[in-house]
Write a protein that binds this ligand. Structure first.
Ligand code: EPZ
Length: 435
């Protein structure tokens, strides 16, 4: 197990390239199960979660190869084994994405029921409801979801749940519906850019998906799909993490390969607290909207103590839960009281106890935390509990006085490609050492 040793106090300055989106890549990789012939997707970051997904796909007969420049080629070689086993699925919940494609393409799927995880309860009832509505027979056997269907049939399906829609549930049912007979309408579908990206890949394979990225998605089933090449959207959570890092350290970072139009809630919140976010080349233009074109560059800088604010996590286009921990670190140093309310995963607050160890002033009341800004954080040994919580602790280490060690960084390796190398290139003092 590795840990990060961070000496706080450096301002982040320079340019950083944002990778392809992990949360786009994972369902898209599962989507390759639907196709005849190979698919190539790029740029796919070199992450533990991507490797887990390659292993799961390997178990169900898909070959995979990733080139150094991040082109991942996937091809179905053998359809005889459709069982995604618990020892793989328990490592990564996104494994559930193979359920819909396996069922639609092969007429059967057996996928271990994912358990809870460090961010709280994570049921899959909406995934199953959607697949049942398409005509699948689903039962539980030995902790596995066993799904069968001769041919799925289009249906109108409501995907809303107590905490809004479901991102991977929408992906699963959408993928299954591409090969169903007739028309499927998904109501209350997740609107996340990653869902729209998946639809773009499916359409490149010959699917007929309309409306992805809105709450109403219409899918006309087709008889077959062929492999396709697909360019993945930039990772808005990695970008948001670096934006917060620049703001927190009073630095100035140019982020390359960002879709600011996927991040308006984040950009808006950062501007509210006094961070300058501007298209590259127009520094200081706080009123200017960042360029919406893909692969654009954005400059993020801040030169003063930030204002407090209230943050409520919401489904897209609201403020993403995957940046809740990181913005908490930022608000720990703001000039006053902030409130952060978690509306997607109400128990996703494992980072609070660790930030308290670094001198933060945070009070938790149900799904809300009240963060009172302190003058400084103090370096300490802290433990990563999940992917985004670890990122928040690394950010805290960058500004804390003295040395911070973040242990269990395998969590961060699941979703950030070489975060320490990228931070070092921006001037941070961070080292990876074996524990
Ligand atoms: C995706 O998880 C992301 N994962 C998560 O990112 C992200 O936090 C989450 O969406 C919300 O944006 C990937 O894309 C791989 P949900 P997902 O189903 O799809 C409830 C990260 O750090 N729900 O949209 O599994 C659920 O409990 C990860 O990169 C049901 O009630 O999340 C939650 O309250 C962590 N029934 C809400 O819906 C269901 O069947 C949203 O969850 C499914 C979900």
């Amino acid at each position: 197990m590795d840990k990060f040793v961070i000496k706080g106090g450096s301002r982040l300055k320079g340019r950083v390239n944002i990778g392809g989106s992990k949360n786009s890549a994972l369902p898209i990789m599962a989507g390759a199960l639907l196709a005849e012939g190979p698919s190539t997707i790029y740029p796919v970051p070199d992450l533990a979660d991507v490797r887990y997904m390659c292993e799961i796909l390997g178990d169900v007969g898909v070959s995979s190869g990733r080139s150094r420049d991040g082109r991942l080629t996937l091809a179905v070689e053998d359809e005889s084994d459709s069982h995604a086993r618990y020892d793989r699925v328990r490592k990564m919940r996104a494994s559930i994405c193979v359920l819909g494609p396996l069922l639609a393409k092969r007429g059967r799927a057996r996928v271990a029921m994912p358990g809870g995880c460090n961010i709280g309860s994570r049921p899959v009832n909406l995934h199953l409801r959607g697949l049942r509505a398409l005509g699948a027979e689903i039962e539980l056997a030995g902790g596995d979801i066993v799904a069968t269907a001769k041919r799925l049939t289009g249906a109108t399906i409501f995907l809303g749940g107590p905490f809004g829609s479901t991102v991977l549930g929408t992906a699963n049912v959408m993928m299954a519906a591409t090969l169903a007979e007739g028309t499927t309408v998904l109501e209350a579908a997740a609107c996340e850019p990653e869902v729209a990206d998946l639809a773009a890949y499916l359409n490149a394979m010959g699917a007929q998906v309309r409306g992805a990225g809105t709450p109403r998605v219409v899918i006309e089933g087709v008889a077959s799909l062929r492999g396709a090449a697909h360019h993945i959207i930039p990772d808005r959570i990695e970008a948001g993490t670096f934006m917060i890092g620049a703001a927190l350290t009073n630095g100035e970072v140019t982020l390359e390969n960002v879709r600011a139009d996927h991040m308006m809630a984040v950009v808006d919140k950062l501007r509210q607290v006094g961070v300058i976010v501007a298209p590259a080349g127009e520094k200081g233009g706080e009123k200017v909207q960042p360029d919406n074109s893909p692969d654009a560059s954005v400059v993020v800088s801040s030169a003063r103590r930030l204002e407090p604010t209230d943050v409520v996590t919401q489904p897209y286009p609201g403020f993403p839960t995957d940046l809740q921990a990181q913005i908490m670190t930022l608000l720990c140093l703001a000039d006053g009281n902030s409130a952060i309310t978690e509306k997607i995963f109400p128990d996703r607050f494992m980072h609070v106890a660790e930030l308290l160890r670094m001198g933060a002033d945070i009070r938790k009341e149900g799904p809300t935390t009240i963060v009172t800004g302190v003058k400084r954080l103090i370096g300490a040994p802290v433990m990563a509990s999940d992917l985004r919580a670890s990122a928040a602790l690394v950010l805290a280490g960058l500004v804390a006085r003295g040395e911070t060690t973040v242990s269990r960084v395998y969590h961060i390796d699941r979703g950030y490609e070489q975060i320490e190398a990228k931070l070092r290139s921006l001037g941070a003092d961070i080292r990876r050492v074996a524990e």
